[in-house]
Design a protein around this ligand. Structure first.
Ligand SMILES: *Cc1c(COP(=O)(O)O)cnc(C)c1O
Ligand SMILES: [Zn+2]
Length: 432
């Protein structure tokens, strides 16, 4: 099977066995599959057959992993080189209280925060680190708002390749920093913002021949496509009307469009769902460009409680515009207050997610209120990260540090004395 790298801007082609992230013209690259050659081989039966017999730890990662199960559409490699936890196979939740809060008959939540390191980044990293191993990389590196470094650290440790992560000092959530350190990554705290860290890691990787695993890396996006593959297969190949996701660096937005385009070309789906990308109002360059009909590429000084999408100059801008065209997609924005209230709702029904993920739910609610999504339409919102990633944001919300929290669950203080405890518990036991 011929897999090549192809420029998303000028269509120039490069081989996959050389290290290259961008085209000579400056455009980003896609992993390009020969869809004509795949058509006879790839069909619903092939993938449904691999789902039969639930995953067990002893089955090869090529079937057991929610990424490698779709390997023909991701990266055709042999099982022995794959670096896998395994990842994917994430649940699709729904809860009546949450559905009615957003104004839908049924809201589905694809919980990517239940991946091995707690975010969808694992789906890209299993492919990226496998490719690093194929290339014989001496070390791997990334700049990150947190989840990419957590995931890279884990997969590099698994593969036995040194990992170097660049993080903006003081700007990443506690759980994510803890993971990078715990999994043994060399962790550089850069005195600057994410965009500074990104610029530096790109340059140092070029100069020192270290393999770069930021989302400009085309192999990571191939793995992230499997979120869409799992969603669509979970709906028995009749896709939902909408897929809503949080958007920061736009890697996932790009990957979702490519996945849907390929599924449609291969005849695995008859209809393409609309993709809605949701940005935080304080980190909304893609939203601003969308409002201007993408005539202007915009950069902002990003600030939001949702650190995973605190990105002012998104890398995958061009590839994400393509998704908007392929899926009749749209971009919306939500405030930090809306994000944290949506998070409190997701958390409060017992599911839970990190702030950036809740942007998808807040955005869905907004699009329903605006009449863009109809209440009877089927909608999947992607929860990108785990509740435990950012404990400080959650605690602040519930303890009164978050100014306009609509659903705080304040801890109560009580004397260490039975009379006082009895009085409090008597009052609480029948509530809700
Ligand atoms: C990385 C990340 C995002 C943003 O995804 P992009 O592909 O950069 O747009 C959103 N949520 C979480 C939890 C993330 O880790
Ligand atoms: Zn090019």
């Amino acid at each position: 099977m011929i897999v090549r790298l192809q420029c998303a801007r000028c269509a120039a082609v490069y081989p996959t066995d050389q290290v290259r992230y961008v085209c000579d013209c400056g455009g980003l690259l896609d992993v390009s599959h020969d869809l004509e050659a795949l058509r006879p081989e790839v069909n619903r039966h092939l993938f449904d057959g691999r789902l039969e017999g639930a995953p067990t730890p002893h089955v090869a990662p090529t079937i057991n992993s929610g990424v490698w199960r779709y390997r023909e559409l991701i990266l055709p490699v042999t099982a022995d080189v794959i670096v896998s936890r395994p990842e994917g196979n994430t649940p699709l939740y729904r809860h009546p209280r949450l559905s009615s809060w957003v104004g839908l008959d049924t809201l589905y939540l694809k919980h990517e925060g239940e991946n091995p390191t707690g975010s969808f980044k694992d789906r890209g990293m299993t492919v990226g680190v496998t490719q690093a191993r194929l290339l014989g990389a001496r070390a791997v590196a990334c700049a990150s708002t947190g989840n990419t470094s957590a995931s890279l650290a884990a997969y590099a440790a698994l593969a036995g390749i040194p990992a170097i992560v660049f993080i903006p000092a003081g700007k990443i959530a506690a759980g994510k920093l803890a993971q990078a350190l715990a999994y043994g990554a060399h962790t550089l705290q850069v005195a600057g913002n994410f965009d500074d860290a990104m610029r530096l890691v790109r340059q140092v990787c070029d100069e020192l021949n270290v393999y770069l695993l930021n989302s400009l890396n085309p192999f990571r996006l191939e793995g992230q496509k499997s979120i869409v593959f799992e969603i669509v297969q979970g709906f028995h190949w009749r896709p939902p009307d909408w897929i809503v996701l949080p958007a920061g660096n736009l890697g996932n937005t790009a990957a979702f469009g490519k996945a849907l385009y390929e599924l449609k070309q291969l005849g695995l789906i008859d209809r393409v769902p609309r993709v809605a990308a949701v940005q935080a109002a304080g980190a909304n360059p893609f939203y601003q460009s969308f409002r201007k009909g993408f005539r202007e590429r915009i950069a902002v000084q990003a600030e939001t409680v949702a650190t995973a999408i605190r990105i002012g100059a998104p890398v995958s801008y061009e590839r994400a515009i393509r998704t908007m065209g392929w899926t009749d997609g749209l971009v919306t924005q939500v405030s930090d207050a809306e994000i944290m209230d949506a998070k409190a709702m997701v958390d409060g029904v017992g599911i839970g997610c990190e702030p950036a993920s809740a942007a998808a739910v807040a955005g869905t609610r907004k699009l329903v209120a605006e009449g863009i999504i109809r209440p009877d339409q089927s909608v999947v919102a992607v929860l990108t990260g785990n509740l435990l990633k950012d404990p400080m944001a959650t605690v602040a919300y519930h303890t009164g540090e978050w100014p306009d929290a609509a659903y705080p669950n304040r801890p109560l203080s009580v004397a260490a004395e039975m009379g006082a405890v009895r009085q409090v518990v008597e009052r609480l036991a029948d509530s809700r």
